[in-house]
Each structure stands twice: as structure tokens, then as C-alpha cells.
Design a protein around this ligand. Structure first.
Ligand SMILES: C[S@@+](CC[C@H](N)C(=O)[O-])C[C@H]1O[C@@H](n2cnc3c(N)ncnc32)[C@H](O)[C@@H]1O
Length: 273
């Protein structure tokens, strides 16, 4: 039987799946980032229970598991089979009344899935940016979302992609990138290369509005330069009280349009009309 061709994104994520959680462990910055993410997600999760929700680009299942444990009927979807295996191992250790579906698919083509199933879909860690064609992927996702359903998607912020071209002295590349937002996952391994789309806040908003959504919010994650604190001798990320204060400060700023450019990621919440 002929071997199925795997896209670069699948090859890469299959390779890192069993070390993926370790990449982020023990980093106070990521605790901060994930707290901001969960608090934002909770604002838009359905209030009726149980409700079917979907974690796309689920990776090792961080968000789907959180939704399951909060009482939602959460399913998991990823292009990487090895990531889904990690989710499956984690589910084996949980005593849950709902048995989730683990869906091996690319958001570029969801034609095999039933339509109008989910009340809520989230994609964290930027699967929409990794899609071959994000506009088409959004259309595919829209088919499986129920009318009135909500999506919360994080994507790569285009403003953070400029440095790469400047450092290479590649102004033609920069000009093209500013227009299209298209670049590539940086790797020497040819088989792991995949296209990336980085978004401007306006471009992201337009893409959702054109697909029939009402945009509820766009935030930057994170607009405060908190990541650089890791290396310094500073307890605001490790002291619980200080961390809480910092979260409040971040949240008072993270939807301000003028600050969105400083965040590595943008996160859109939008309701399908
Ligand atoms: C950076 S990881 C994020 C994982 C998880 N959502 C989290 O926040 O920890 C991105 C995930 O998106 C998946 N992914 C990338 N492109 C995808 C596509 N076209 N369709 C479905 N999943 C995709 C990858 O396999 C990977 O598991």
C-alpha cells in the first residue's frame, strides 16, 4: 500500500509530541500566559451544560482536558496522530462520564465530519496560522460549528515577524511579508517545513467578519513584556499575590488596539451569526 504523504506540520508535531509538555514545564511565564488564556476562554464558553465543544490543534490536550473537567463534552482534533496519542494516554487516567472523540484531521479539510455539531470551538497555539489556507480552514470550521456558536482562536501576530526579515537584510521578503503575512516555520529539516500565516488585528477581524461572524473581542497575548522577566531576579511571576496583580494589569491592557502590536499572539473571540 502506498504511504500517505504527511505535511510538514504533521511530521514536525509528530516528532515533538512526546516531549511537547516538557518544552513548557516549570516556566512561570507560561503559567501566566495559560492563566490569561483560560480566563479569556471562560468568558466565551457556553453557559448551558453539557455542551459539545471542540479543541482544534489540541496538541497534548491542555484545553480540551480543562473543558472536559469543567463539565463540557469536549472532543479533540489534531493533524498529528502522535499528539492525539498523548491525549489518549491522559484520558486513560481520567474518570470521565463523557468519552471524547479524538479526531485525526487537518482543519484544511473537515469534509469527513458532521456539520452543525459544536457550540464552541477553540484553537490554541495557533493552528489557524499553521493551516495551508486559513480562510478555507475557517470555512471548514464554520461548517461544524452551530449557528450562534462561538470560536476563540489564537494566531501568530504579524508584527512579530518583521525581525526575521530585518536580521537577514531581506527587504524584498519584508515587503512581501507585510502584504501577505506568509512565511515559513523556521527549520533546517526540509520534511518539517510548513507555511505560516501571521495576522494583523484588522486582517483577523476581516477574515472572521467575511466568514459570517460577529467579532466579540481581540486581545494580545501578552501585551506586557512579561516573557523577558524569566531571566531576571524578580518574584512577580512566582509570588501568588503579585501574579494575581499582574494578571489584572495585563487584562486591563490586552484589548487596547494600540498595544496589540507588542504581543506575540492575537486571540479572537467571535460568534457565528
Ligand atoms: C503549538 S501546538 C498547540 C497545542 C495546544 N493547542 C496547546 O495550546 O498546548 C499546535 C498544534 O496544532 C496542530 N496543527 C497544526 N496545523 C494543524 C492543522 N492544519 N490541522 C489540525 N491541527 C493542526 C499541531 O499538530 C499542534 O498539535
Amino acid at each position: 500500500m502506498a504511504k500517505r504523504h504527511k505535511e510538514g506540520t504533521e511530521v514536525y508535531h509528530d516528532r515533538v509530541a512526546n516531549i511537547y509538555d516538557g518544552i513548557y514545564s516549570n516556566k512561570p511565564y507560561w503559567d501566566f500566559y495559560w492563566t490569561i488564556t483560560w480566563r479569556n476562554l471562560k468568558k466565551y464558553l457556553p453557559t448551558t451544560m453539557p455542551t459539545r465543544v471542540l479543541d482544534i490543534g489540541c496538541g497534548t490536550g491542555r484545553w480540551g482536558l480543562k473543558m472536559l473537567k469543567s463539565g463540557y463534552h469536549a472532543d479533540f482534533l489534531d493533524i498529528s496522530e502522535n499528539m492525539l496519542k498523548q491525549v489518549s494516554h491522559k484520558l486513560d487516567n481520567e474518570n470521565l462520564s463523557y468519552r471524547p472523540s479524538l479526531i485525526h484531521a487537518s482543519i484544511d479539510d473537515l469534509s469527513a465530519l458532521d456539520e452543525n455539531v459544536y457550540d464552541f470551538i477553540t484553537g490554541q497555539g495557533d493552528p489557524l496560522s499553521c493551516a495551508r489556507n486559513p480562510k478555507k480552514a475557517l470555512k471548514e470550521l464554520t461548517k461544524i460549528l452551530k449557528p450562534g456558536g462561538t470560536m476563540v482562536m489564537s494566531v501568530d501576530n504579524r508584527h512579530c515577524g518583521y525581525t526575521h526579515f530585518l536580521e537577514k537584510g531581506d527587504l524584498s521578503g519584508l515587503e512581501k511579508f507585510i502584504k501577505t503575512g506568509k512565511t515559513e516555520w523556521l527549520t533546517d529539516k526540509k520534511e518539517e517545513q510548513f507555511p505560516l500565516t501571521m495576522f494583523t488585528p484588522k486582517g483577523l477581524q476581516n477574515m472572521f467578519e467575511n466568514a459570517g461572524y460577529e467579532v466579540l473581542s481581540i486581545i494580545g497575548k501578552t501585551v506586557l513584556p512579561v516573557r523577558s522577566l524569566n531571566a531576571r531576579n524578580n518574584n512577580i511571576l512566582t509570588d501568588t499575590k503579585e501574579m494575581r496583580r499582574l494578571i489584572k494589569i495585563e487584562e486591563s491592557l490586552n484589548s487596547k488596539e494600540s498595544l496589540l502590536g507588542s504581543a506575540a499572539h492575537l486571540e479572537i473571540a467571535a460568534r457565528l451569526k
